[in-house]
Design a binder for this molecule. Structure first.
Ligand code: UDP
Ligand code: MG
Length: 333
């Protein structure tokens, strides 16, 4: 806020990832822009088209033609919501950046409360959903279990009900930009960067049009990414399992030794033999699988591929006033 008025830099930027949301764009802009106009004299809306295959780009073109403050960056293919958010943060130099969904589940009016808190000095203002009633029962159960696991194993505590709907001060945005990881679990990253934070409760609305883009497969991958990028416990737990199994095996060896010495050789034991061999085989494969999950992620990170590829830009989101980060692909022309 203090830096407002720096040449070409808007006070508020709104980043919106969109994937096949053609029918939602017009309604969203119509509700969002008046809210922003009430709040500030200079703002920009940066849509990130995540490789949509419907008329999303055409809808964005119309929105940009009608109001140049509405801009867009379009990916060469679908890279996923987390990466789309990262691209949005790369493309706005606003003093405060709001992140929200395109389907009006995040009511634009809540931004007024976000900005009020930001003007009080908070740098990480997050929307806190009061319920999950708009999610399906299966989705709710999945989320509940995931957060339970995350609070047990995760190394960064997540605030209750916090999601992507939030306002980040420029300082927090710059911190997030420095994180070049591909397996992006934004919720964890927002919590990890810290800064003066506060939650604003809000009620999640019904999706304006279309259906949720997250199926059970996408959610599972997202959950695994989240757990694995914020916890090494799944890797370390095998040390303890190994110790316990070895102690158990040693105990059994001693028992068999004394039994043989006292009673002589005893042949039966086929069932217990097979069960223990299969059990240990299972434990070993499981631990290998966990190693594989981490190694796959390490491989993806060390390849150092660009996080995303931009196919097209509409309008001019505020230009960066710093050199592009080495990890980010920038084909700005
Ligand atoms: N989204 C995206 N890329 C994807 C999936 C979703 O940019 O691969 C966007 C989507 O257009 C929407 C936001 O992410 O603006 C939230 O998606 P959705 O509403 O489908 O998720 P839900 O609200 O069910 O969690
Ligand atoms: Mg939604």
């Amino acid at each position: 806020m203090t830096e407002a008025g720096v040449k070409g830099r808007p006070e508020i930027g709104v980043v919106i990832p969109v994937f096949n949301e053609a029918d939602n764009i017009e309604g969203l802009v119509r509700r969002l822009v008046p809210v922003l106009e009430r709040l500030t004299a200079s703002f920009e809306v940066v849509f990130v088209d995540d490789g949509s295959r419907d008329g999303t780009m055409e809808a964005l073109r119309r929105a940009n033609a009608a109001d140049p403050r509405v801009t867009a960056v379009s990916f060469s293919r679908n890279f996923g919501k987390e990466i789309a958010i990262a691209a949005g943060l790369d493309h706005t130099e606003a003093d405060a950046v709001v992140i929200m969904d395109a389907d009006l589940q995040h009511p634009p009016e809540v931004i007024e409360a976000f900005v009020a808190k930001w003007r009080e000095g908070y740098k990480n203002v997050y929307g806190q959903r009061t319920d999950r009633l708009t999610d399906s029962a299966a989705h709710r159960m999945f989320a509940r279990n995931f957060y339970k696991m995350f609070s047990l194993f995760g190394e960064t505590p997540l605030p209750e009900g916090a999601g992507d709907f939030r306002l980040l001060d420029r300082q927090a945005v710059i911190a997030l930009r420095a994180m070049g990881e591909r397996a992006r679990f934004s919720k964890g990253l927002y919590a990890w960067i810290g800064f003066k934070s506060v939650g604003i409760p809000f009620e999640v609305a019904e999706r304006a049009s279309g259906v949720s883009k997250f199926d059970i497969g996408k959610l599972t991958r997202f959950a695994l990414d989240g757990l694995m990028s914020f916890s090494t416990l799944p890797l370390r737990v095998w040390t303890y399992v190994g110790v316990i199994v070895s102690i158990f095996a040693l105990g059994m060896a001693l028992t068999f030794l004394t039994q043989t010495l006292i009673y002589g050789v005893d042949v039966p034991g086929y069932a217990s033999l097979i069960v223990s061999v299969m059990f240990l085989g299972g434990v070993q494969l499981l631990s290998l699988g966990v190693l594989g999950e981490y190694i796959g992620r390490i491989f993806a990170e060390v390849k150092r591929r660009p996080l995303y590829l931009v196919a097209e830009r509409l309008g001019a989101p505020s230009q960066p006033d710093q050199a592009p980060l080495p990890l980010r692909h920038d084909n700005r022309v």
